[in-house]
Design a protein around this ligand. Structure first.
Ligand code: GLY
Ligand code: MN
Ligand code: MN
Length: 457
């Protein structure tokens, strides 16, 4: 069923080489003092019901530094006489558990296939931490991810209370390393871009398949299954965030994930869905008429949003403020709504964040960083000033207009009642201008009208 679509995808990229993980660790430790210790832990499993757990996803920082994705893991970076050493604490081999739950790489697998100097069973964590924190001054650790590891660190630090008092040794501070890691993660390497390109191409084709499968009477969950089915078929690990599949008034609910309604012929469907591949996210939104032909009213809104999106993508240039795409999109959206008679204010007044009318119909930001997290790490305003775009940064561009006739807070123009349009692509910043990673996904009116319902005709 998906074979023809799969044939249009490139081969899956090479995994990130070990040497790159080593380089990432070195970039981080080069910012440390020799008596600093970094401790990163994986989150615990989450319960779905009774003894059933949700599919496991480890922390993005852990993937970034080691590529290791198994549960119950801690990575420690510390400095010894030989220099910086990385240690991974993992689930030890256990035949009985492996019979039930699956094979474990264990200590041997960690050492042979991952960029770590040392590996231990996680049952050794408490003793090793106690030893390694003896002479540490600062412990870099983000609390709140794994309460068990938080507790071990607290205990290990507290054990040093006497030493601190008597000899002045032992940790004096526990600091959050997230900001340092975020700064590294913000600029993507070519290997990371390879993974993101694949995640983007998978999601682009998945959206096209959903377009082809759309017609009156199709349900939101059926379109969701087409999209997510193709994610798996193409080798993605699944979605990078729960798929938003909303027709009619549901398209005007920004993070609608119920996905249970039947689609009507006169409705627009908005699908916001992205694949995750080797931990990397894609994030695409497309909106199309279920009938396969835009009504005049639907087309008026679609044209404005598409013009705004193209202007915002054009603003994704090296040296521009990261807010440039948002400013560009807002201006085009406001001009469009003034032209259509939806906004009666002047352009300047309509853009005012307090009293401007634009925010009634466009109430979210245009961009967020994307990478290992769909809303990726990276401070937007370091020191309070908007960041300038640099090569290697990746962000989404996702303007929209939402006319929820159900909303009690505004008078929705009748002509546009329950039209919700968002168009979202993922963009890589380069010296040569923006590269749209998700460009394979149809978005012109002509392409959409040609494709919607094609598989059902
Ligand atoms: N899918 C959530 C977002 O677009 O940010
Ligand atoms: Mn999205
Ligand atoms: Mn997004």
């Amino acid at each position: 069923m998906f074979a023809e679509a799969l044939a249009r995808l490139p081969a899956q990229p090479e995994p990130t080489p070990k040497s790159e993980f080593v380089a990432r660790q070195n970039r981080l430790t080069s910012q440390f003092r020799s008596d600093d210790v970094l401790i990163l832990s994986s989150p615990p499993h989450a319960v779905h019901s009774n003894d059933v757990e949700y599919p496991y996803r480890t922390s993005s920082d852990l993937i970034y530094l080691t590529g290791w994705t198994e549960a119950e893991t801690v990575v420690v970076l510390r400095c010894t006489e030989k220099g910086w050493v990385s240690a991974l604490f993992v689930q030890p081999k256990d035949t009985l558990k492996e019979i039930w739950e699956g094979r474990r790489p264990g200590v041997e697998g960690a050492l042979s296939s991952y960029a770590v100097d040392e590996a231990y069973g996680n049952d050794e964590l408490e003793d090793r931490l106690s030893e390694w924190l003896t002479d540490a001054r600062r412990v870099f650790h983000r609390g709140g991810i794994n309460p068990h590891v938080d507790q071990l660190i607290q205990t290990a630090v507290r054990r040093r209370d006497r030493a601190r008092q008597h000899f002045g040794t032992g940790p004096v501070a526990v600091e959050d390393p997230s900001g340092m890691l975020a700064e590294l993660r913000l600029r993507k390497s070519s290997s990371e871009i390879d993974q993101m390109v694949y995640a983007s191409k998978v999601a682009a084709i998945a959206h096209e398949l959903a377009m082809r499968h759309s017609r009156e009477g199709v349900t939101e969950y059926q379109l969701q299954s087409v999209i997510e089915g193709f994610f798996s078929y193409a080798g993605a690990s699944g979605w990078s965030y729960p798929s938003i599949v909303g027709c009619g008034e549901n398209a005007t609910i920004l993070h609608y994930t119920t996905n249970r309604d039947v689609c009507g012929d006169d409705e627009v469907i908005l699908i916001d869905a992205g694949a995750e591949y080797r931990g990397y996210a894609s994030d695409i939104t497309r909106s199309w008429p279920i009938s396969g032909a835009f009504t005049d009213a639907q087309r008026e809104i679609y044209d404005v949003v598409l013009e705004a999106q193209l202007a915002a993508i054009e603003a994704c240039q090296v040296g521009n403020l990261y807010t440039a795409p948002h400013d560009a999109a807002r201006k085009v959206l406001a001009e469009g709504l003034i032209r259509l008679g939806v906004i009666s204010q002047s352009l300047e007044d309509s853009l005012d964040m307090e009293s401007g009318e634009l925010k009634r119909w466009y109430m979210h930001n245009t961009s967020h960083w994307i990478g290992l997290d769909v809303h990726d790490a990276g401070v937007y305003k370091p020191g309070g000033e908007p960041r300038l775009l640099e090569p290697g940064m990746c962000l989404t561009v996702e303007p929209g207009l939402y006319f929820g006739a159900w909303r009690p807070d505004v008078d929705c123009p009748e002509r546009y009642a329950n039209i919700g349009i968002r168009i979202e692509d993922d963009v890589l910043i380069t010296q040569d201008g923006p590269v749209v990673l998700t460009e394979d996904c149809p978005k012109t009116v002509e392409d959409i009208e040609r494709i919607v319902g094609r598989d059902l005709r």
